[in-house]
Every structure is written in structure tokens, then in C-alpha cells.
Design a protein around this ligand. Structure first.
Ligand SMILES: CC(C)(COP(=O)(O)OP(=O)(O)OC[C@H]1O[C@@H](n2cnc3c(N)ncnc32)[C@H](O)[C@@H]1OP(=O)(O)O)[C@@H](O)C(=O)NCCC(=O)NCCS
Length: 213
């Protein structure tokens, strides 16, 4: 589990916290609500998110800020591919986007104990989801690994024209050695002038975010 913490430089302001951790079953409804509020991600039943937050909790993460779920990544290790983390859904609250949160969640997931034998990340994106594509191409660059793209589920063949084709992005093989060593990662707040400035510092297995607004 990776824990991030935010704190204000100003003593007069209340202390704020941003935590990235594995989900619990009691997170399922807030995860569902965040997914429902996000474009590009398919809505599923609350029961499905309860299963994810139970059976796939070790390969999923949520980001919580002041008690509110502001980010989620769900994933699992396919039984026939023990070297691969399949990243299923990613969503970040619109107010928290473009600050490095999705990237920080991906990193936290990958460095978790459940992913210790993982050498590849698989995910799927639709052709028109530029933000998601950028997140994964940028993460592949960070891991310094190849990224291959192919159609996994075809619009006509698999979705009977009910859904756009899902393109598989396969990142890897990679090593997480450099990622583990990463000491200090500044999150981009330039597009969110109102948002608190956040800094992430990795400390062994845990990470701290410091808010300096
Ligand atoms: C996709 C999404 C999760 C990205 O979250 P985020 O926290 O804003 O992403 P980050 O700040 O960590 O950015 C990671 C990289 O992607 C880039 N990026 C993020 N959003 C972008 C956008 N809208 N356009 C272009 N690039 C974008 C960032 O600049 C960064 O690149 P860098 O590492 O080269 O600087 C978020 O936009 C979202 O929730 N979208 C709706 C749901 C969705 O599309 N989910 C994916 C499909 S399951």
C-alpha cells in the first residue's frame, strides 16, 4: 500500500490529506459514483465495484482527499498472465486532473506487493481518448519500455457496433528499479491556479504529498 499525505505550509489553514491506498469494500459506492461522473469509462453495477474493491483490492487503488474519493484505478492480474497487470478503469475527479494524480496512482499500484512479479501493463483505450493515451505513453516513457498497440475488442466483431473498438496498449517488459528509486516528483498544478500545490516524495514503501498553497 502507498500512502500520500498533503499538508499546508500555512498553519492557519486546516491540514489536508491526499491518500493513495488499496480500496476496501466500503469504497465501492464512492468509486462507482466517480466512474459514473467520468466520460470515457463504462458505468457498471455497484455489485461489480464491490467485487473489484474486495477480490481485486490488492491490484487496485483509490485516492482520497479530505475523505472524498478523487481518483481510482481498477486492475487485476489475469490468471493466464501472471507477469501482466491489466489496468481496467482509470478515473480522476475533474478538479484534480493534470496534476500527476493518475500517474502517481499507477506508480503506487505497480510498486505494491501484489505486482512484484509484473513485467508488463496491459490496458485498453478507445481511439478518441487522448488523455488516457497520453497517460500510458508517458508512463511507458517513464519506465523506459516499449509500448505496442493492437485492437483487442473490435467494434463490429465483439461489440456488435454497440461500443467503440478497445485498443490494447501493452507496456513492457520493464523494470521498476528506477521507479522505486525516484525520490521527488513534482505534480503539475499550472493548469489549476486554484488548486493547492502538491509535491510527492517517495520514502521507502510510502509516499508523501505536501500541499503548499
Ligand atoms: C485520463 C485521466 C485518468 C488522467 O488523469 P490525470 O490525473 O489528469 O493524469 P496525470 O495528471 O497523471 O497525467 C499523466 C500524463 O497524461 C497527460 N494528460 C493528462 N490529461 C491529458 C489531457 N486531457 N490531454 C493531454 N494530455 C493529458 C499529462 O500531461 C501527463 O503527461 P506527462 O507525464 O508527459 O506530463 C483523467 O483525464 C480522467 O479521469 N479522464 C476521464 C476518464 C478516462 O478517460 N479514463 C481512462 C479510460 S478507462
Amino acid at each position: 500500500m502507498s500512502t500520500f499525505q498533503e499538508s499546508n505550509a500555512s498553519q492557519e489553514r486546516p491540514r489536508k490529506k491526499l491518500t493513495i491506498r488499496n480500496p476496501k469494500p466500503t469504497d465501492a459506492i464512492s468509486v462507482h459514483n466517480l466512474i459514473r461522473a467520468s466520460a470515457f469509462v463504462d458505468d457498471n453495477s455497484p455489485y461489480l465495484y464491490l467485487l473489484v474493491c474486495s477480490h481485486f483490492a490488492q491490484t487496485s487503488v483509490v485516492a482520497e482527499r479530505n475523505g472524498e474519493t478523487v481518483g481510482v484505478i481498477t486492475g487485476y492480474i489475469p490468471p493466464a498472465q501472471p507477469d501482466t497487470l491489466f489496468v481496467w478503469q482509470v478515473a480522476v475527479d475533474p478538479m484534480m486532473r493534470r496534476r500527476g494524480l493518475a500517474r502517481a496512482m499507477l506508480k503506487s499500484m505497480l510498486l505494491g506487493e501484489a505486482c512484484k512479479d509484473v513485467d508488463y501493463i496491459d490496458t485498453t483505450v478507445t481511439a478518441d481518448n487522448g488523455a488516457s493515451r497520453k497517460l500510458f505513453t508517458s508512463f511507458a516513457a517513464k519506465l523506459d519500455c516499449p509500448l505496442k498497440e493492437s485492437v483487442l475488442f473490435d467494434r463490429r466483431e465483439h461489440f456488435l457496433n454497440l461500443h467503440d473498438s478497445e485498443h490494447l496498449l501493452r507496456l513492457g517488459p520493464f523494470s521498476t528499479t528506477e521507479l522505486r528509486k525516484e525520490k521527488d516528483e513534482k505534480l503539475d498544478t499550472s493548469l489549476q491556479p486554484d488548486a493547492p500545490q502538491i509535491k510527492v516524495a517517495a520514502q521507502n514503501e510510502s509516499h508523501k504529498i505536501q500541499e503548499t498553497s
